[in-house]
Write a protein that binds this ligand. Structure first.
Ligand code: SF4
Ligand code: SF4
Length: 66
């Protein structure tokens, strides 16, 4: 589990489809008004890119990704 690696959702690009939220089994996200909120960044799996790969709008990047 990683506090130095977690998703950042670009609310301007996100279409709030919740695909990322439905995909992640670690409870990192919760539904939000205009985009999912990252409520549990410490539960994100270091170097996992699962949610960004299935995001239809390339709205997800990662804190810790240089
Ligand atoms: S990167 Fe992986 S563990 Fe982290 S929020 Fe996305 S799907 Fe979940
Ligand atoms: S999968 Fe991408 S577009 Fe859909 S809610 Fe998540 S960040 Fe937004």
């Amino acid at each position: 589990m990683a506090a130095n690696w977690y998703p950042i959702v670009d609310a301007n690009t996100c279409i709030n489809c919740n695909t990322c939220l439905d995909f992640c089994v670690h409870g990192v996200y919760k539904a939000g008004e205009s985009a999912p909120e990252v409520v549990n960044p410490g539960a994100c799996v270091e170097f996992c890119r699962g949610c960004s790969k299935i995001c239809p709008n390339e709205a997800i990047t990662y804190f810790g990704d240089d």
